[in-house]
Ligand binder design. Sequence first.
Ligand code: HEM
Length: 384
Amino acid sequence: MRAPDSRSELNASAGDHISPLDPLGADSGLAQLPAWNESRDVNAIAAALADLVPAEAKAQALGPFEACAAVRDLGMLLGSLKRHGVEPAEAVPSVVPALLTLGRVCGMVPRDTVYHYGPWNPAGVRQRRFTRDPNEDGLIHCVRAAAPGVEACIRALVDAQACEPDTALFAERCRHAARSAMAMVDSINFARMKVDVMFFARVLRPYFEAVTIDGKSYMGPAAAHLPLSLVDHLTWGSDCTDATYRLFQEDATHYTVQCWRDLSRTAASGPSLVTRVIQALNTSAPGDPGLTKGAVAVYAILRVLLAFRGRHKVMADKAYEPQVRLYPVGSGGFSTDVVTRILEVTLSRTRELKLAVKGRRNSSLHPPSDIAALLASRGATSSG
Ligand code: HEM
């Protein structure tokens, strides 16, 4: 069977194809990167980068999967140079045209992203890492493990969009979306156990600082760029006018893979699922059991998002306390105020849905029992 290899097929599961690739022959050099970073050996890092940069003809000849693997490997060296105070494009100017070409081949920004660092990063001995610290392995695991669930959630939401909110299929697809999004709750629970916030704030965060490529600044591989913002967009956000939410959403779209960028722009012109359910509640006969099930299923997605966001905010706030942080903003370029604001707007859209159900049905919303059980098993409450 043909291995898929086109820009439109770049997503988390393409990691099965991308992670084994080593198109620049970077395996042995990158194995030494944690040691070079420890000894701040900027010369070794710059020399490795200069050595790996592909010539224009080679960069152009790479397929999207190989090009992603190449950006992943160059990216580890970019982030390392920047961490030591060196702007990579100044130290190794030839990297700029190479990244621009590779970015075009992939249909992505000319820099490594959370996809490169997470799902496209080989696990095991070939894993690309900045440090030797197991906390970093923990963070890589978090984004690698969360991405497929987030994408499965997006697909289920697209399927739900195609249904009327009072149908059994709509409710089933939304429940599937909620179950898939649970990967974010698992991921943040894992981070709480395995990633020391102080390690992130003081040791790892500097490797994700922005670098300048061809006069433009690009943030590093931030978990903030997982396509959870597209889950928001489809579920409650496409018709949300909150300025902070919109700014963040637009920025995250810029850093994602082509298929999610395209979907995000299409979704922006339609109503979100929350809005569709509220509209249907306001116009339907009271007591329509199909619609109540639809509302309950959309509510379940919101509960899962809130469970992730409540826990994530605690970690983000700790790492960016003024006396702890080295930078005022996160690796995605936004402050923790944005984390708080997105939590608030998720909560406010959830309340709108609850009020609409209360008004039309005089009943409270609770997630379906299977999802309530999943939340409870992860220590999250299913009410609120
Ligand atoms: C030490 C752990 C963490 C810290 C300190 C942290 C910090 C932050 C900060 C400051 C932001 C604001 C945007 C930006 O990065 O510029 C953010 C956003 C975000 N982070 Fe994290 N984060 C951590 C772990 C994680 C993990 C494990 C995940 C999931 C795998 C994650 C997913 C997200 C997402 C999706 C956003 C976008 C905002 C939202 O959807 O609520 N983060 N994080």
